[in-house]
Design a protein around this ligand. Structure first.
Ligand code: ADP
Ligand code: MG
Length: 575
């Protein structure tokens, strides 16, 4: 936890204590009731924070999960189950989890608006079921038994605040786990997450499960507040309005969850006082949410990003000019005599009539840097995609360290030690470089290790957010993140694109050092011949999916056939 995090937590807990002292003792009973409403909404906002804010999944049925929590709590209350309200609350939350996972299962195949429709469909059917059946205790007029310690509304407010804080701590813990980290990337790019070894399925299901749990607890709290609940407390309209608030405010940050809760509660009251229909609130939120959806940035993200970017710019401004020539000198490409580490045999990829990769054989030896070159459209990126599992339907075999990996998913291959970068970078701009490296590494990196990697690849200091580094540097960061995982082999797709000739050569020098320094072997896809000459002792040339030459770099690049087919008669590559 950084110093800033600690301070933020300190301030947050301080405010929570102040609220717990002031609200019950100073406010009138009307406002205490409203404060409870706001905090219960804030808990439900936390559930939106996980699924919408973190994982970027459009879920419109969070109130249905809340209804399950409320139902279970009231059912246990009706039968005077042992344990009391606090235990029932947890059970109510847990009861929503399997339903959350069940709703999450279709989310593995569909996304975006289609998923929103599926979750909304569930919300509608839940609505119908709830309207046809009363909540337990309604008929018997048995209202919820609050624990004696929190019986009054003032005391119950304190309980809701405590639950909110506990959930905030739980979320903070989750956000630091591998799955929690992966959500931040998932929201931005699923394929990047998979390339970093994240199982997209597991990650999404975990988000559904956790968000359903929190919503269930929120529903239980609502039952605690109202004594008895009715179907309209959990209507799909509510889900929709809260979803809009979530998009707008960004409840994945604690302050956002509270703002969302207060906003929702106060809005309803204002509409009530003005004698306007409640649906108007949903309409207004929906209107604002369109703006948030268009920019893709919520209020809290925006505020935090601005602050971080301002700090990042200061760090960048204070940097001394980098002097690359210091490191100049002859580059020695590592030898390629090691044992075969990655073996690709007879790889063929077809896109309909087009044979993008045609029976390619390629071996990357342990400790080697092997080049893969060829004009645009030769099949280089397709080769990487197939080898790393992103194209399921290929013919041929991929063997990593003696193990056949043809049946494995991209994330499983990544976890086995096969990493890739993409030709177009897919780094979530809201992350800092440290955070991105940690996601890439898939483990906790020490600051020293992260600093060393960033320095080695010529990236700015780690606290600088990705949003303010240029595209060329993002590519280097992508390479650094792939190496941070210490894979067996890293497949780099044109890492030097967008770099000047001098920068490109510097990168070549660094890549040549990677095997001995980090124990990672490399396949380098490049256009820049100087870079390939510098870093690779061996190179394979593709043209229209075929291997037209393969062997020691110098021999291959000077081969007249290669010159003719690839370089043409001009001095520059035909790219
Ligand atoms: P390179 O990376 O060497 O520039 P690619 O691997 O991107 O080449 O493309 C190789 C060939 O495969 C090209 O003819 C391209 O149009 C085709 N291709 C690549 N991806 C697809 C796809 N998803 N669907 C159809 N054709 C594709
Ligand atoms: Mg390509």
């Amino acid at each position: 936890m950084t110093a800033i995090d600690k301070r933020t937590w300190g301030i947050g807990l301080g405010l929570a204590v102040v609220a717990c002292v002031l609200v019950p003792n100073v406010l009138s009973s009307y406002w205490i009731y409203l404060a409870i409403t706001a905090m219960v909404s804030a808990v439900i906002m936390q559930s939106f924070g996980v699924i919408v804010g973190r994982a970027g999944v459009m879920s419109l049925c969070q109130m249905s999960f809340a209804a399950i929590g409320a139902w279970v709590v009231l059912r246990l209350n009706l039968s005077d189950a042992p344990g009391g309200f606090l235990l029932w609350l947890v059970i109510g939350g847990l009861a929503a989890v399997p339903v959350g996972v069940a709703i999450g299962l279709p989310a593995l195949r569909i996304r975006g608006v289609n998923l929103a429709v599926v979750t909304f469909g569930f919300a509608v059917s839940a609505d119908i079921v709830l309207n046809a059946n009363q909540f337990p205790g309604t008929e018997e007029l048995k209202t919820l038994n609050r624990p004696s310690m929190f019986a009054s509304n003032g005391k119950f407010f304190i309980l809701v605040v405590i639950v909110f804080v506990l959930l905030a701590v739980l979320l903070e813990f989750f956000n630091r786990t591998r799955i929690g980290m992966s959500w931040r990337e998932l929201r931005y790019s699923e394929r990047a997450a998979a390339a970093h070894g994240t199982s997209v399925a597991r990650s999404k299901l975990a988000a559904f499960a956790l968000s359903a749990f929190i919503a269930g607890v929120g529903g239980g709290l609502m039952a605690g507040q109202l004594g008895l609940v009715v179907a309209s407390n959990f209507s799909m309209g509510q889900s929709l309005a809260l979803f809009a608030v979530a998009i707008l405010i960004g409840p994945h940050h604690t302050e956002g969850a509270i703002m969302g809760g207060v906003f929702g509660a106060v809005m309803a009251t204002i509409l009530d006082k003005l004698k306007l229909p409640q649906d108007l609130g949903g309409l207004l939120f929906g209107f604002f949410a369109i703006f948030a959806l268009r920019t893709g940035v919520s209020q809290t993200d925006f505020t935090r990003a601005r602050k971080r970017e301002a700090e990042g710019r200061k760090v960048l401004a204070a940097l001394p000019e980098r002097n690359e020539s210091e490191k100049a000198g002859p580059v020695v490409a590592p030898p390629v005599g090691g044992a075969p580490l990655l073996e690709v045999r007879d790889l063929t990829v077809r896109f309909g009539e087009v044979v993008a990769v045609d029976g390619v054989n390629l071996t990357i030896p342990d400790g080697g840097v092997v080049g893969l070159i060829g004009p645009n459209g030769a099949g280089k990126s397709t080769f990487i995609a197939a080898v790393t599992g992103f194209l399921a339907g290929y013919e041929g075999n991929v063997v990593l360290a003696g193990q056949s990996i043809d049946r494995l998913s991209p994330s499983a291959r990544a976890r086995l030690g096969l990493r890739r970068t993409f030709q177009t970078t897919t780094i979530a701009p809201e992350l800092t470089q440290y955070e991105y490296l940690t996601i890439g590494a898939g483990r906790k990196l020490s600051k020293q290790e992260a600093d060393e990697l960033l320095d080695f690849f010529g990236c700015p200091p780690g606290e600088v957010p990705v949003s303010i580094v240029d595209v060329g540097t993002r590519r280097l960061l992508d390479v650094a993140a792939a190496i941070a995982a210490r894979p067996k082999v890293a497949l780099l797709d044109e890492p030097a694109a967008g770099q000047s000739a001098a920068e490109s050569l510097t990168l070549g020098r660094r890549l040549a050092e990677v095997p001995s320094r980090f124990g990672v072997s490399i396949l380098l896809v490049e256009h820049d011949m100087e870079l390939v000459r510098a870093a690779c002792a061996k190179v394979t040339v593709l043209d229209f999916g075929h291997v037209i030459a393969s062997g020691p770099t110098r021999e291959v690049l000077d081969d007249p056939a290669v010159m003719a087919a690839y370089l043409g008669t001009a001095d520059v590559p035909l790219v």
